[in-house]
Design a protein around this ligand. Structure first.
Ligand code: SF4
Length: 359
């Protein structure tokens, strides 16, 4: 245990007992770090001074260094930059939505105007190297720890004074390529002794590491939301955009999603970055319908946001509208999302920094 942030209830209990403190102190510490988001030992008010001194001499409380925030256009998302203890930087985003278009999430109702979503990073860099994503082009440095993942949520809440309602694993990195830390972070976010988020308010996004998807969904008992980056219904095109498709082609991915859908009756969302002349054909619309309809999956269409280093072009608003119409005509539920990454120098080039736009 390198920092208390990122520890489970059992781990903190073991640690507290090893320090000669009564077991109930663990519950107090958990409450302070995950419910009250304290970031310094001296902010913990109900532990005796000598106990605090002893504990702080043994272990760091936080896994990250203080961060800075960079605001985008008015009403848009805010990017946060945090430093790891070994001197690397990672980015997270807060997306504030005044009018939540989907005000019911599972059994929970989100009051209008109160959706505050933190988009967390899970790796420093990314090995998947999607053809349109800035994060995939840089050097992969390392996986983040569970503490470094969940602390992004606590720090943003503290820095903004906002109560965070949703967490999406859509920042830098492929969450399922950092499987253990992602799973641990998800547990800390949804367990009652942790942040206690409703499980349906936590979404894990993946580029499609099929065996890990099955393992992850089983491990969380299908409770958290799953979002899959589709980007094409044609293997050749998808492989050129999301290279992991060469290893886990569409047939394999779709069959795994069908199992999840049938066994756990859980809804799946597809992310679809729309690129002019690459994946915006009628053939694609038909292919998406073939994949998504049996799964009753929702499609988030994200118009490509041009990046200087990449040759791809953004679709025109008319072409985007037409493509969404093609999907809707085939009976699919479609949400058009707008990337605003350009405004704030986004972490994960395309998918990641988006905000809902009423369609
Ligand atoms: S889109 Fe996601 S999975 Fe693909 S390279 Fe970027 S961070 Fe990695």
């Amino acid at each position: 245990m390198k920092a208390l942030y990122g520890s489970t209830s059992d781990e903190i209990e073991t640690f507290v007992i090893a320090q000669g403190l009564p077991k109930y102190r663990a519950a107090q510490i958990l409450d302070w770090i995950y419910q009250k988001n304290v970031l310094a030992w001296d902010e913990i008010k109900n532990l005796p001074k000598d106990a605090l001194q002893k504990l702080s001499g043994e272990i760091r409380l936080t896994a990250l260094e203080p961060g800075e925030e960079k605001k985008a256009v008015a009403g848009g998302p805010t990017k946060f930059l945090f430093k790891t203890p070994d001197g690397h930087f990672l980015e997270s985003v807060l997306i504030s939505q005044k009018d939540a278009p989907d005000s019911r999430e599972g059994e929970e109702t989100i009051p209008q105007g109160r959706r505050e979503t933190v988009c967390v990073s899970t790796q420093l860099g990314c090995k998947i190297q999607c053809a349109f994503c800035a994060s995939g082009q840089g050097k992969f440095t390392r996986n983040l720890t569970a503490g470094e993942i969940v602390e992004q949520v606590a720090r943003i809440s503290r820095m903004t004074g906002k109560k965070i309602t949703n967490v999406v694993f859509m920042g830098m990195g492929e969450p399922l390529d950092n499987y253990e830390a992602t799973l641990k972070a998800v547990r800390i976010l949804i367990e009652p002794w942790g942040f206690a988020f409703g499980a349906r308010r936590v979404t894990v996004s993946t580029s499609g590491i099929t065996p890990k998807i099955l393992e992850f969904v089983k491990a969380v008992d299908g409770r958290v939301r799953l979002s899959v980056s589709l980007h094409s219904s044609i293997d050749e095109v998808r492989s050129s955009l999301v290279p992991i498709n060469q290893r886990y082609p569409l047939k394999e991915l779709v069959s795994a999603l069908r199992r999840i859908n049938q066994d756990l009756k859980r809804e799946i969302t597809f992310e679809y970055t729309l690129i002019a002349g690459v994946n915006d054909s009628d053939e694609e619309a038909e292919g998406i319908a073939m994949i998504a309809k049996p799964l009753r999956a929702k499609i988030n269409v994200i118009p490509y946001n041009p990046i200087a280093e990449f040759p791809h072009k953004a679709p025109t608003p008319e072409a985007t509208e037409r493509f969404c119409d093609q999907l809707e005509r085939r009976g699919l539920r479609v949400t058009l999302r707008q990337t605003v990454g350009r405004d704030i120098d986004a972490a994960c080039g395309q998918l990641r920094l988006d905000r809902m736009s009423a369609r």
